[in-house]
Design a binder for this molecule. Structure first.
Ligand code: UD1
Ligand code: CA
Length: 459
């Protein structure tokens, strides 16, 4: 068994924000979550997370999922790891992977391969590195003929050291007992007056222990967000990597502007994603769909041949052949069954809409069970809330709902009920009946000639 310590105590001053930097999101997920998932995917589930600045955000997010320790003052990465000493003492005979909570692209393959090197070379420390074109801001890996000799921080580096393109990812494997020993020997003798975790390399070499660098094939592993610009760059890289994967799988994009797709979203080949669309959470999309422009879809299951145009849909299921939009809101708990058509300015909430039903325009359907082949006239409203309780409406197959019908829930329309335009339904209507509720229209001829005399004369 091995363990991991994830450093998430820093403030990230350059973010100019009140939330801890590892909680900033890349593709909708906190960077800390990316790092946790990389560990889990590498089979590491014994984690300790070091929190510090605004620790309550981390507590609230993790909700007890993993052990945490508090770093009550920020004295550097070495000091952060010291806070996990009790955790590591209990695991003295293992190996500890230390990771930065602000470098989200560490991957499980790199974690596993670097561990193989760490074990096979009997290393005390194995630093995970990569070569990048712009090494500015990262610790440089100084090598000699005998291997790695130290890690020098940007602020402490000489001009020639700054030329080095191999940089420290901030992730390392340590023999746990050795790490505990090195931590007690760290000092604050550097330009930032911090306890640098990177000094452990130097200490280990001085003791004659084996130290090596595992250079990852995936150079993104080192990338961290130190400011808002860096965070935007990480989002751009992650966004395009996901889009590339879908392109390879046969998903169509003719313009990627404004398209964000979460890592867990699944899309079948032959579907087109149009600009301005955000697909998030656990969303799956079938084949032959057109999603967008300008859709937000979160935690939805969408079957084949669905067309969504300017739709926002959350925690809902949309079956095959459905057409929705423009300007439609599908709220959680909805199930739109096959071949339904929903048109402009419609809101559906926590409702089932049966096969082939049409809700063409300006309609609110909330907390309702709607049958098959129902036709909703323009402006239908299910009145599901009386200010105290929410109640359901039931609408049978083949109903024809006239324009501006109000359905005061709880109420049930039987099969093929016809409601006259403008009717307010306050009681159940049996199968095949007409419900009509109207005052008699009175016509008073010539009335306007008196009432609107002045207006008519001006015109
Ligand atoms: C660190 C490394 C650098 C490496 C880079 C990779 C050191 C001295 N330098 O630099 O070699 O190239 O990471 O990204 O280690 N943290 C705490 N408590 C603290 C300070 C930091 O928990 O007191 C956490 C931060 O939240 C962050 C991580 O440690 O997740 C790294 O800290 P940061 O200050 O960003 O280190 P860098 O200067 O980037
Ligand atoms: Ca950093």
């Amino acid at each position: 068994m091995n363990n991991a310590v994830i450093l998430a105590g820093g403030q990230g001053k350059r973010m100019k924000s009140d939330i801890p930097k590892p909680m900033f999101k890349v593709l909708g997920e906190p960077m800390l979550e990316w790092v946790i998932k990389a560990c889990e995917n590498a089979g590491l589930s014994d984690l300790c997370i070091v929190k510090g600045f605004m620790a309550e955000y981390i507590d609230e997010y993790l909700n007890g999922r993993y052990e945490t320790v508090l770093q009550s003052e920020r004295l550097g990465t070495g000091h952060a790891v010291m806070q996990a000493s009790d955790f590591m003492e209990k695991r003295r005979n293992e190996n500890t992977l230390v990771l930065c909570g602000d470098a989200p692209f560490i991957d499980s393959d790199t974690i596993k391969k670097s561990l193989e090197m760490h074990i096979s070379e009997n290393n005390s420390v194995t630093v995970i590195t990569a070569e990048i074109d712009c090494p500015k801001g990262y610790g440089r890996i100084v090598r000699t003929q005998n291997g790695i000799s130290s890690i020098v921080e940007e602020k402490d580096a000489t001009d020639s050291q700054r030329e080095i393109k191999e940089v420290n990812s901030g992730a390392y494997w340590f023999r746990t007992a050795d790490l505990l020993e090195y931590l007690s020997q760290l000092t604050q003798n550097n330009s930032q007056g911090e306890y640098y975790l990177t000094d452990t390399v130097f200490i280990a070499l001085n003791k004659g222990r084996n130290v090596n660098a595992y250079k990852s094939e995936n150079s993104d592993v080192v990338l961290g967000a130190n400011d808002r610009k860096g965070l935007l760059e990480l989002n751009t890289i992650a966004r395009m990597a996901v889009i590339d994967k879908h392109l390879e799988n046969g998903v169509e994009f003719t313009c990627t502007d404004g398209i964000t797709i979460g890592r867990d979203v699944k899309i079948e080949p032959g579907t087109e994603i149009l600009p301005g669309t955000r697909l998030l959470g656990n969303t799956t999309i079938g084949k032959g769909c057109a999603i967008g422009p300008n859709c937000i879809i979160e935690d939805c299951v969408i079957e084949d041949e669905v067309k969504l145009n300017y739709v926002q849909a959350f925690k809902s299921k949309i079956d095959a052949g459905v057409k929705i939009g423009p300007w439609v809101h599908i709220r959680p708990g909805s199930h739109i069954k096959s071949d339904v058509k929903i048109g402009d300015f419609v809101e559906i909430k926590n409702s089932t809409i049966g096969e082939g039903t049409a809700v063409a325009h300006l309609t609110y359907v909330g907390d309702s069970d709607v049958g098959k082949k129902v036709n909703f006239g323009c402006g239908t409203v299910t009145v599901n809330y009386d200010g105290i309780v929410k109640s359901r409406c039931e609408i049978g197959d083949n109903c024809f709902i006239g324009c501006n019908t109000n359905l005061i829930a709880p109420v049930k329309l039987g099969k093929a009920v016809y409601t006259a335009a403008g009717t307010t339904i306050t009681k159940d209507v049996p199968d095949y009946a007409l419900a009509i509720d109207r005052g008699t229209v009175q016509i008073k001829e010539g009335y306007s000639l008196r009432k609107l005399k002045k207006r008519i004369e001006k015109a």
